[in-house]
Design a protein around this ligand. Structure first.
Ligand code: P6P
Length: 334
């Protein structure tokens, strides 16, 4: 029987790959793992403890906020504060970033960007949801509190990114820029155990993920591309939960597409805490992540905390194919 490698053991072991690592990032990743276990417990029993449903508020981008969103957001803040390694947090659930008190005068070097519970509209109908996170090294004086500049960094400056998928099992996927590894929560141990070592995305794939309901709102090149996917007998799989859709496409091969629509002329997904972390993971798996201008998502300047972006990411061949359709069908003057 293969020896079990827990997330904590793996993080400590991988730290040796960074000769100058001083353990702060490792500590931060371990604390994210603990927060994920707490959120997982509540997600799994949400229907029993009256944290289903809406809490009556809306977040800064107008999404109705579910009680579990708020619970997840608060737990992540609590554990990041506890870690002493995180200087501040930008979250989908917070209009502005928050500064965490430095613990025992530790000069926290990192900031966290997070979507605490992505796909939360699925909670009440028992469909999988996820947490998406990214970690930046601060660019301002560590002796001072973090500022907005620490957050408004392009995705190519991320030092770590990951997601937790609360699905048929709970899996934590993360990268620190040297490949991607996945850990499945073993409830009998209460530990995330290595289950997907050196994860890579197939170059090709038979799945495409897009909200077909917006078909008539898509630009010509997108309509022609998804017509091609359909003609190529690929399967349309769309859960309405980005973490679930992207995870399936990483495992099986496929492409996730959230283009601009009339309802969301700049795209719907937020670049800071949804697009960039997922783009880093997909690229580290060997895939591609671009926007509708064919720019690499990770190179797009971030100018506001809740900035939106269209995104197309997944298997390299499928993203390259989308690019060809844009070149072929986009009016030159556009
Ligand atoms: P639509 C969930 O609300 C989310 O932010 C992503 O998880 C998901 O991919 C997308 O929005 C779904 O949006 O417009 O298809 O319902």
């Amino acid at each position: 029987m293969n020896r079990i490698t827990t997330l904590d053991e793996f993080i400590i072991d991988k730290q040796k790959d960074f000769p100058f690592a001083t353990g702060e990032l490792s500590g931060l990743l371990r604390d994210i793992g603990v927060a994920a276990k707490i959120v997982n417990r509540e997600v799994n029993r949400a229907g029993l403890v009256n944290i289903l449903g809406l809490d009556g508020s809306t977040n800064q981008t107008g999404d109705e906020v579910k009680k579990l969103d708020i619970f997840a957001n608060n737990k992540i803040i609590e554990y990041m504060e506890n870690s002493g390694e995180c200087s501040g947090i930008a979250s989908e659930e917070l209009e502005d970033f928050i500064k965490l008190p430095s613990k025992a005068n530790k000069e926290a070097k990192y900031v966290l960007v997070v979507d605490p519970l992505d796909g939360s509209s699925n909670i009440d109908v028992n469909v999988s949801v996820g947490t998406i996170f990214g970690i930046y090294r601060r660019v301002t004086d560590h002796k001072q509190e973090c500022t907005i500049e620490d957050f408004l960094q392009p995705g190519n400056k991320l030092v770590a990114a990951g997601y937790i998928l609360y699905g048929t099992s709970t899996i934590l996927i993360y990268t620190t820029g040297n490949g991607v590894n996945g850990f499945t929560l073993d409830p009998s141990l209460g530990e995330f155990c290595l289950s997907h070592k050196d994860l890579t995305i197939p170059e090709y794939g038979d799945f495409y993920s897009i909200n077909q309901g917006y078909y008539l709102q898509f630009d010509l090149e997108m309509r022609r591309y998804i017509d091609h996917c359909s003609d190529s007998k690929r399967s349309l799989r769309y859960i309405g939960s980005m973490v679930s859709d992207v995870h399936r496409n990483i495992i099986y091969g496929g492409i996730f597409l959230y283009p601009v629509t009339r309802k969301n002329p700049l795209g719907k997904l937020r670049i800071l805490y949804e697009c960039n972390p997922m783009a880093m993971i997909v690229e580290q798996c060997g895939g591609r992540a671009i926007n509708s201008n064919l720019e690499r998502i990770l190179d797009v300047p971030v100018t506001s905390l809740h900035q939106k972006s269209p995104i197309m990411l997944g298997s390299k061949h499928l993203v390259n194919e989308y690019e060809e359709f844009v070149m072929k069908y986009r009016p030159q003057n556009k």
